[in-house]
Design a protein around this ligand. Sequence first.
Ligand SMILES: Cc1ncc(C[n+]2csc(CCOP(=O)(O)OP(=O)(O)O)c2C)c(N)n1
Ligand SMILES: [Mg+2]
Length: 368
Amino acid sequence: MPTVSFLTAEGEFLPSESAEEFVPYLDRLSEDDYRRFYRDMAVMRRFDTEAANLQRQGQLALWVPSHGQEAAQVGSAYAARPQDHIFPSYREHVVGMIRGLDVVDILRLLRGATMGGWKPEEHGNFHLYTLVLAAQTLHATGYAMGMQFDGQTATGNPDTDEAVIVYFGDGASSQGDANEALVFAASYQTPQVFFLQNNHWAISVPVSRQSRTPLYQRASGFGIPGTQIDGNDVLASFAVTAKSLDDARAGRGPALIEALTYRIGAHTTADDPTKYRDAEDLAYWVARDPIIRFRRYLTDLGVGGDFFTSVDEEAADFASDVRRRALEIRGPGRSVIFDNVYAEPHPLIEEQKAWLDRYEASFEGEEA
Ligand SMILES: Cc1ncc(C[n+]2csc(CCOP(=O)(O)OP(=O)(O)O)c2C)c(N)n1
Ligand SMILES: [Mg+2]
């Protein structure tokens, strides 16, 4: 099946033949939604730059850029309903933002001030970042099985029926965990979408080394539908994910979406991609930038220049607010290592905490 796309690289609305069955899903979107898609992509791009700068200035231990992947992430995130559960990898910053997470909480993690992150139930069911590649695919499948066992899905009410969407990368798709998660999802027909962002690289390993077949074709081996989309087309990402999540909620089982995109930046601030990839390859993808493409489309629809100027201003304000608050992040204090060991107070933990306080106090008055 050829790649599903609605917009050409130039931003012209020209759906591929494979996109036809997904066209009705675009009826759910108003012009306000289109503006929101653009705004979120542009604000995230600016945030990404700010976070990378903070890392270079020694204020974060590491940064994981999402530059280039904004359309794949924004479209799929808006396709989820409030009751759905999202299991991210570690690069889905804008998905978290859309679900109501304060992005400074992500920086808190990368500044080493928290050992976990946030409570998913307080942030739109956006679960924790997972650095152990593909582990989240198993968490997601287990969670989706739980929804089935608890009768929280496939009751026929799309306003309350729940589904799961899990994000993972081309590299992670080679892990045993991802394959086990797909086997269980297919066996139990879980209400679940596997959203694979193929950004063409797993650090310095190209996707061509990871698989002899296009990744979406692997789905048929598990017995679930697989669809490849132009991941730099926010409309394709929205429409295909909306259909797959609807099917999942209605009890029609799991699906795999392969979003073809590109990691424009480094894997993280810890590597230098010029050492392992060609400038031409990068230029090819820069010309397919998801934000520029959508801006052209909106301009053709009649959205005026003031809108884009106001988004740029908002993005700049957003970034400076993030910078200010990031610099205020402090460590959690030593007592936190005891706080979540048990749900209830425990005498042994109290004893250890008191010992550590006495030990630390024994240094008071000493020269540093
Ligand atoms: C189990 C495991 N093995 C290796 C690593 C080291 N590692 C971190 S990211 C990465 C590449 C992941 O590539 P991909 O899944 O394509 O995601 P992307 O970073 O491109 O978004 C590797 C090998 C890890 N975090 N976990
Ligand atoms: Mg990758």
